[in-house]
Design a binder for this molecule. Structure first.
Ligand SMILES: CC(=O)SCCNC(=O)CCNC(=O)[C@H](O)C(C)(C)COP(=O)(O)OP(=O)(O)OC[C@H]1O[C@@H](n2cnc3c(N)ncnc32)[C@H](O)[C@@H]1OP(=O)(O)O
Ligand SMILES: O=CC(=O)O
Ligand SMILES: [Mg+2]
Length: 532
């Protein structure tokens, strides 16, 4: 389909200094062309996700695809990596607010993944300010003064390489409407960053680099590849300039890693193990299979056999294709004013990064500047070269059964309480416009809230959803626990903060998703209706 110039594009978001700078007539035209060419296909792919869900509900077992065996067995590699993506041993991630963008770029990490997705609540202001922050960061003119203490922030001489994570294919951007339909959030975030910055990035010796979240199949990777080809043509820049790392963070994508790299081979920058969404996706997609039930989420770790199988398969698959395999996010963040607890948290991150580096990952994620050195030390020790793609790991043998092995453990009242409390605290933070929240000294983002509410949904409906003391988890028990956890939050933060903090709305959203039999694909979809 050719872009239709007759489609009417309407901006419904408030006009601000930021939106005026970003939504220029040329940028809107570019978005309209992307929408016209790709939105139908995006929607078809979302329908395919639901068709696959029906198959799984009907008992179909996930397996590697027979029709793409030739790709898995073929001899091919991705295009050579650009110079500045050779060494990615430590990547910092974070939301796109101005101060954190500067702090992340100055953090000493090799790259910074600026997140328009799960670490950012997609309010109109956040999205527009985020795009302007990206534009200023690319041009190295970004600065910030904190009103409360007058502290000023500017960029260091040497900064991390910038990568951008647009929203997933399922999320709309309701503030920009084309012929009455909201534009895709993913195309919007990608399109604006690419349109404003691709040429400038090239002139500066780097490139438009992306992270692609929540893909569920190689056909979705094909869509993104076609988007990249088209976008490059539109701006008249060489094919293969864009490079993208795909997050393997759905159980279904774990069966298509080779195929995803293959589809994107001219534009690939490898794969990443998005562990938190991966757990969510495993639970979500297999929720109606009778043998699948998770223990407390604190008992599901990176050493659980199914998680280990998936990360090792990722390393092996990537290296076979000369692609980097990036590790994931340990949730611990520094604990101020408590040296012992802080050392314990750092110890957990150290161990996580040591395991990833020795397994063969080429880099990893940290959530906080205070953890860059911890991760760097482990990768420096295990990886003296810029990456370890040459370690082909032919010794790894991962089967479909290994990927699907159900984790064992117990379901406890504490686990149920934690899911309710953390889920509500995170959703409240997200509704207030903050998508990355420190809760109980852990970094929480949308993926952990998704795991929390999905677990409770399944425990209520699964015959084995039984606490270790023998009580069945029911709607009634959930509602009692939820109310008690809300009361605890209210007592700990005080009445005013509680009322202003959108906690009741968050609890209502969590509860309605938990109590309705029809499973909601993403909590951020109904949540988005509540955002400005
Ligand atoms: C499952 C996934 O998708 S994981 C990836 C998505 N999630 C993320 O990216 C979360 C990233 N992390 C964060 O957002 C933050 O670390 C939080 C919200 C968890 C904690 O942030 P804070 O409460 O500000 O922590 P803290 O007070 O210790 O911060 C100290 C300083 O480090 C900065 N900082 C903390 N984390 C980051 C970060 N990720 N990037 C840049 N700067 C950061 C703070 O801005 C603060 O700066 P200042 O001293 O100049 O004021
Ligand atoms: O995006 C990362 C994840 O762990 O999910
Ligand atoms: Mg994720």
């Amino acid at each position: 389909m050719q872009p239709s110039t007759s489609q009417k594009i309407e901006v419904r978001g408030e006009k601000t200094i930021e939106s005026t700078a970003i939504l220029t007539p040329e940028a809107l035209e570019f978005l309209r062309a992307l929408h016209a060419k790709f939105d139908e296909r995006r929607k078809e792919l979302l329908i395919k996700r639901q068709q696959r869900q029906l198959d799984l509900d009907n008992g179909k077992k996930l397996d590697f695809l027979p029709e793409t065996k030739h790709i898995r067995e073929g001899d091919w590699t991705i295009a050579p990596l650009p110079r500045d993506l050779q060494d990615r041993r430590v990547e910092i991630t974070g939301p796109v607010n101005r101060k954190m963008v500067i702090n992340a770029l100055n953090s000493g990490a090799k790259t910074f993944m600026a997140c328009f997705e799960d670490a950012t609540s997609p309010t109109w202001d956040n999205m527009m300010e985020g795009q302007l922050n990206m534009k200023d960061a690319v041009r190295k003119t970004i600065s910030f003064t904190q009103q409360s203490n007058g502290k000023t922030y500017t960029l260091n001489e040497e900064t991390a390489v910038l990568m951008v994570r647009p929203r997933g294919l399922h999320l709309p951007e309701k503030h920009v409407v084309i012929d009455g339909e909201p534009i895709s959030g993913g195309l919007f975030d990608f399109g604006l960053y690419f349109f404003h910055n691709a040429k400038e990035l090239l002139a500066r010796g780097t490139g438009p680099y992306f992270y692609l979240p929540k893909l569920e199949s190689h056909l979705e990777a094909r869509l993104w590849n076609d988007v990249f080809v088209f976008a490059q043509q539109q701006l008249g820049i060489p094919n293969g300039t864009i490079r993208a790392t795909v997050l393997i963070e759905t159980i279904v994508a774990a069966f298509e890693m080779d195929e995803i790299l293959y589809e994107l081979r001219d534009h690939s920058a490898g794969l990443n193990c998005g562990r938190w969404d991966y757990m969510f996706s495993y639970l979500k997609r297999l929720r109606n299979q009778p043998d699948v039930i998770f223990p407390d989420r604190s008992q599901v770790t990176m050493t659980s056999p199914f998680m280990r199988a998936y990360t090792l398969l990722c390393v092996q698959t990537c290296h076979k294709r000369n692609a980097p395999a990036i590790g994931g996010m340990a949730a611990q963040i520094p604990i101020k004013d408590h040296p012992e607890a802080n050392e314990e948290a750092f110890g957990k991150v150290r161990e996580d990064k040591r395991r990833e580096a020795t397994d063969g990952h080429d880099g990893t994620w940290v959530a906080h500047p205070g953890l860059v050195a911890v991760a760097m030390e482990q990768f420096d020790k295990a990886m003296p070269t810029p990456n370890q793609i040459d370690r082909k790991r032919q010794d790894i043998h991962v089967t479909a059964e290994n990927l699907l092995e159900v984790p064992i453990g117990s379901i406890t009242e504490a686990g149920l309480r934690m899911n309710c409390s953390v889920g509500v605290q995170y959703i409240a933070s997200w509704l207030r416009g903050n998508g990355a929240a420190p809760i109980n000294h852990l970094m929480e983002d949308a993926a952990t809230a998704e795991i929390s509410r999905t677990q409770v949904w399944q425990w209520i409906r699964h015959p084995q959803g039984i606490l270790e003391d023998g009580r069945k988890i029911t709607e009634g028990l959930f509602l009692v626990v939820m109310q008690e956890e809300l009361d605890t939050i209210r007592q700990s933060i005080g009445e005013t903060n509680y009322r202003q903090g959108r906690f009741e709305e968050a609890a209502e959203l969590f509860s309605s998703l938990t109590l309705q039999d029809e499973f909601m694909e993403f909590l951020t979809l109904p949540g988005y209706e509540k955002l400005n």
